[in-house]
Design a protein around this ligand. Sequence first.
Ligand SMILES: Cc1cc2nc3c(=O)[nH]c(=O)nc-3n(C[C@H](O)[C@H](O)[C@H](O)COP(=O)(O)O)c2cc1C
Length: 214
Amino acid sequence: MPRLLHLDSSADLDASVSRELTRLFVDTWRATGSDHTVIERDLHRSPLPHLPDAALHYAARLRTGTEWPDPAAEGLQAELIAELTGADAVVIGAPMYNWSMPSSLKAWIDYIHVLGTTVPFDTSDAPLAGKPAVIVSSRGNTYAPGSPGEGTDFVIPPLVQVLGTSLGMSVSVVTAELTLADRLTPLAPFADLAAESLAAARDAVRNLATSLAR
Ligand SMILES: Cc1cc2nc3c(=O)[nH]c(=O)nc-3n(C[C@H](O)[C@H](O)[C@H](O)COP(=O)(O)O)c2cc1C
């Protein structure tokens, strides 16, 4: 029974581009078979508390003798990690907020990136190695090569670092740019590019969902 974990983090509940694209991924995934299930976690509607204790960054056996995190926080962390390890693939809506990811998504990362549990550390266990992760990032401006914004995207690189480099997941990235072209006058000349970017993102999402659901 192929299972998808679907995460959203946009604070826009009306016209979010990342939500539209992750929904398209989910719908495409579901359409590939009636046995294809989806676990939904909306990190904006139901925000996680910020990581309450640094000890949660380490597996229990790697903690010092004075580190005793709150069992409730440990339980939440275990639930989030089980959701991720139990999924066959994960799709993550990751809008750009002030050049970085929404704090709601960062909180999730802080819970699931754990030395000795999800991060191979003192053993060779790598429970997430090879698991597909699809990052769907939306941003108002452009960060394309040659643009003034080039090199200032601090959403995708840290997500790729954590999920791909550190956790060993198989990461794909879909980006929709210039989403504010219809809202901010200085970006209005880029409306055609924005439409092209969104169309390409929709195609990429459909293709990835179809191939990963097989
Ligand atoms: C709090 C906030 C901060 C933002 N910061 C940036 C930014 O630094 N760069 C940018 O290109 N767009 C920025 N935007 C625009 C969003 O990236 C854009 O609206 C994007 O489409 C949001 O994703 P969503 O449509 O899924 O909500 C910001 C929007 C908000 C609400």
